[in-house]
Design a protein around this ligand. Structure first.
Ligand code: DNO
Length: 354
């Protein structure tokens, strides 16, 4: 019987959430993590990867998913040094595969990974969550030096001057240029992934629209179709991130889950609920009635189309007095995991009775 594999993100030794706690979440299978002490673009030490594997397996879990191997900005910008960084990327795929990794999540967002305007917005029930209000983003110009907005995706390894430089390089770039650079990258990494039998799973842009005038392309069904066709190989797949796609009403996440699962191109799922607002969104508890997404229908689409990849609860709220990395505490993500287990069991047994 095909079955999803439940997973949980872990930020390594620095993470306040221990592997021992993760292991106690019912049904937990795989730890999702990365080597964090190497700058983007460089090769990970095999010994670091193997040490992660050992630690995770000693805790009684599997290490089958990497999130993320970051893509160096020179690759996204199509700069002359990209070939060296792509070669390093391929080497990281080989090394992760040698340690038993089956799926690698990455993104192709210029400079900023996920972006929010506040990380501790108080919801009605007293929990806090991450929110995005467009009006506040519109007030920020990353080229100005005195903005005090918290941008969690902000790469702190850049100085303000370097950031300005890289942002202005992207501002001179069109979406078509970014597509061309993505194609160039995929044509070189996917054959290596295929050889190692590792599934590459691109993460959608979060939020799924352009910010600060920078191009963003992994945003909607039409573009995902185009992405999958750039290199039409099953190892070239996606991380279906329900919250990243679902924060825009244009995206029908249930339909996308159905379509891409049927094609066998969803390798990893980030399950998260969001409440879509007129001009932005708030992250909410996983339960369908807490947000705008129908989590049952999404899970049902995955189930019906034989999804057997990795799935993880995505960002959780902060509840029960927990403090820690925004979106990545233990309690609410563990509730999310339990809810995902419940949905899957109910769907599976319901189907068997028919
Ligand atoms: C946010 C995450 C993203 C994701 C990257 C993948 O919580 O889902 O940061 O890891 O975009 O490269």
């Amino acid at each position: 019987m095909k079955r999803m594999k439940l997973s949980f993100r872990w930020y390594g030794e620095e993470d306040k959430v221990s592997l021992e706690y993760i292991r106690q979440i019912p049904g937990m299978h795989t730890v999702v993590t990365a080597v964090y002490d190497v700058p983007p673009g460089e090769v990970w030490k095999q010994s670091s990867i193997d040490a992660l594997k050992r630690k995770i397996e000693d805790a009684g879990l599997h290490f089958e998913v990497v999130e993320s191997i970051p893509v160096h900005e020179d690759i996204k910008l199509g700069k002359p040094k990209r070939d060296r960084y792509i070669e390093n990327y391929c080497e990281n795929i080989r090394r992760a595969a040698a340690a038993g990794v089956k799926c690698i999540c990455y993104n192709f967002m210029p400079v900023f990974d996920w972006t929010r305007t506040q990380l501790d917005h108080v919801l009605e029930d007293g929990s806090t969550s991450l929110v995005y209000y467009q009006e506040q983003v519109d007030q920020v110009n990353p080229l100005e030096s005195d903005s005090d907005l918290t941008l969690p995706g902000w790469d702190s390894s850049y100085t303000r001057e370097e950031l300005k430089q890289v942002v202005s390089e992207y501002q001179a770039m069109t979406e078509e240029d970014l597509w061309a650079n993505l194609k160039y990258f995929l044509e070189r990494i996917i054959p290596v992934a295929a050889q190692c039998d590792v599934n590459m799973a691109i993460h959608e842009d979060d939020p799924c629209w352009s910010i600060f005038g920078l191009p963003r392309i992994i945003t909607c069904e039409e573009n995902l179709d185009r992405f999958l066709n750039l290199v039409d190989d099953p190892h070239n797949g996606i991380t279906l991130c329900t919250g990243s796609l679902g924060c825009s009403c244009r995206n029908n996440v249930v339909k996308m889950a159905e379509k891409y699962a049927a094609m066998g191109r969803i390798h990893f799922v980030h399950m998260r609920n969001v409440k879509v607002l007129k001009d932005g969104f708030e992250e909410r508890a996983h339960l369908s009635e807490c947000g705008s997404l129908d989590m049952y229908e999404i899970m049902k689409s995955l189930y019906d189309h034989g999804f057997s990849g990795y799935i993880r609860p995505d960002h959780g709220r902060m509840i029960w007095g927990e403090t820690g990395r925004p979106g990545y505490g233990l309690y609410d993500r563990a509730l999310g995991a339990t809810y995902l287990n419940g949905l899957w069991e109910a769907i599976e047994k319901g189907e068997r009775r028919k």
